[in-house]
Write a protein that binds this ligand. Structure first.
Ligand code: FAD
Ligand code: NAP
Length: 486
């Protein structure tokens, strides 16, 4: 908030009195000191000197990109941060494009922007023995069908994200670490809702659009940015759509279950173990934070299943009274909008293959990724013998969905839950303290000596780091541990 206040103060933060300049590489290199630090991100140069003391990762972290193109570094650490909005008062100008080498200019610029030149992408795919996806379209009087041929077998409804917003129709298909993008301004109007179908064994995706008028379309439309291209996923940028707040329900004294509804013109399913970014404009600045969607509840025979048709996304979110984002989120009224990004994260369903023992270590809201994992594992993995959750909290009042967890453990003999409290009252009879070798040795009992194991861990960063160290000490391999981080 202090930084936002400074950006609104009218102070000259670039030292250029409002002028924008073209910055050469030579010029950029000169500004590499703490008291004179310029950084290039995606072709724009920022004077980050005034931001130094506000950078959550500290000055040294920011200095790693001083006087250079920090796009890659930025993408590795927190590409979701909306730097354009946070640093808009610090823009010095654009990087100058090298005019001496016209032939290579485009590739040169793409590299600078943190993007792989297309030939490199195709080369990488070719090396991996994969051919590029393509698309086609056809029509009847009432519908237009866009067909995407991914040429991959492991494609499902989670793999494609479709949005029709204003004049833009965009379909992003996730193929391993790449995105294949269809992005067009359609030539004619369509109805708001559409359907998406996947023929899994041939990797074909069909998007069926309803025409508003039954005229024959001569062409599909005009290409927009990145249309018909395959780019590394990390270079696609975050794409948002506005979702309506449908309900907000207290779960503990400080944690709430939020339900957001996707627009009818969006197809988006958040895969198990992945998160999205929520975006709100707070005092004129766009603020973005990551959150992990959950199911609306844990599986229970006492509850009627609700037909949710994938239009709703649920979040368990802890409100920090002194936080930047969550108090604003909590202030929203039913019917208000929040922007929701495409999903991200590196958890893969294939990690469940042949799994026998699943151990979940969660602290506080680090429980959120465990919700879908628990639901998915208990309903879809026939080899599964045991699922154990060790859930660390400060007090009993902080435990999210305690009675649901206890009911699930009662109902499903494969599932056990243990609560560990760091600040319990004197009446607490359960386990106490922090994650430790003693707690883990008792908890991590395999169903058989060589059983296939996966351990998932999530919580405050020091908790997760400590947990990973202890798991390595107990000789669990990297492949057997999945930690959730930003
Ligand atoms: P912040 O402004 O970040 O502040 C949080 C707390 O830290 C407050 O108490 C504040 O007073 C204190 N604080 C802030 N700055 C300082 C400082 N300089 N010194 C000391 N104290 C400080 N959270 C959920 O609730 N649910 C989820 O599903 C969820 N999923 C996540 C998924 C991922 C991948 C990650 C990385 C995080 C996730 N989080 C989740 C956490 C979430 O992204 C936010 O960090 C959290 O909501 C706090 O945001 P905030 O802006 O309200 O608070
Ligand atoms: P919290 O209530 O502050 O803490 C939960 C438990 O963790 C408490 O028992 C706490 O003990 C313990 N703990 C804290 N620091 C520890 C450490 N260094 N070593 C061992 N135990 C420690 O947690 P919260 O406020 O809900 O925060 C949850 C965190 O999870 C946030 O940082 C959030 O960003 C993260 N999260 C990440 C993801 C993800 O990466 N995918 C998803 C969801 C949440 P004390 O009483 O001693 O503090």
């Amino acid at each position: 908030m202090d930084w936002i206040r400074l950006t609104k103060s009218g102070k000259d933060l670039t030292g250029l009195k409002g002028r924008l300049i073209e910055v050469t590489e030579e010029e950029l290199k000169k500004h590499n000191q703490k008291d004179d630090c310029w950084i290039c991100i995606r072709g724009f140069v920022y004077n980050v000197t005034p931001y130094m003391e506000y950078h959550p990762g500290g000055e040294d972290e920011l200095m790693r990109a001083a006087g250079s193109d920090g796009t890659d570094l930025f993408d590795q650490v927190h590409r979701w941060v909306n730097y354009e909005s946070m640093l808009k008062e610090c823009v010095v100008g654009r990087m100058a494009v090298k005019s001496a080498v016209p032939k290579d200019y485009r590739e040169e610029k793409k590299v600078l922007n943190g993007m792989l030149p297309k030939s490199q992408v195709t080369d990488t795919l070719a090396k991996e023995g994969r051919s590029s996806p393509s698309y086609d379209w056809f029509q009847t009087d009432s519908i237009v069908t866009i067909v995407i041929y991914t040429k991959q077998k492991d494609i499902n409804l989670d793999s494609v994200i479709v949005d029709h917003q204003d004049d833009s129709f965009r379909a992003e298909t996730l193929i391993k670490d790449y995105s294949y993008i269809i992005h067009i301004e359609l030539s004619h109007e369509i109805e708001e809702d559409f359907s998406v179908r996947v023929v899994e064994n041939v990797g074909k995706i069909e998007i069926v659009l309803k025409k508003k008028e039954s005229t024959s379309w001569k062409h599909l439309g005009h290409p927009l940015e990145n249309h018909n291209s395959l780019i590394p996923k990390k270079d696609t940028g975050l794409y948002y759509r506005k979702c309506r707040l449908i309900s907000k329900e207290g779960v503990t004294h400080d944690t709430k279950l939020f339900c957001l509804m996707l627009p009818p013109s969006t197809h988006l399913q958040v895969p198990v173990g992945q998160h999205v970014y929520l975006k709100l404009t707070i005092t004129g600045t766009e603020i973005v934070k990551p959150y992990t969607p959950v199911s609306d509840s844990l599986p229970s025979e006492f509850k009627e299943p609700v037909l949710l048709n994938n239009k709703y996304i649920f979040f368990l979110i802890k409100i920090y009274p002194a936080g930047l984002f969550t108090p604003e989120l909590d202030q929203l009224q039913i019917g208000d909008f929040v922007s929701v990004s495409n999903p991200e994260g590196n958890f893969k369903i294939s990690q469940f293959q042949e799994l026998e023992d699943l151990f979940l270590l969660a602290a506080g809201t680090g429980f959120t990724p465990m919700v879908k994992i628990l639901n998915f594992a208990l309903t879809n993995i026939p080899s599964l013998r045991k699922v154990k959750l060790m859930f660390f909290n400060k007090t009993e009042d902080d435990i999210i969905w305690r009675s649901q967890l206890e009911k699930l453990a009662f109902k499903d003999k494969r599932f056990d839950v243990e609560f560990v409290l760091s600040a319990p009252t004197s009446e607490w009879n359960g386990k106490r303290g922090h994650i430790s070798p003693a707690l883990l040795s008792e908890f991590l009992k395999r169903s058989s000596d060589n059983s296939k194991v996966l351990i998932c861990i999530c919580g405050p960063t020091p908790f997760t780091e400590q947990g990973i160290r202890l798991l390595h000490d107990r000789n669990f391999s990297k492949e057997e541990i999945h930690s959730f981080t930003a």
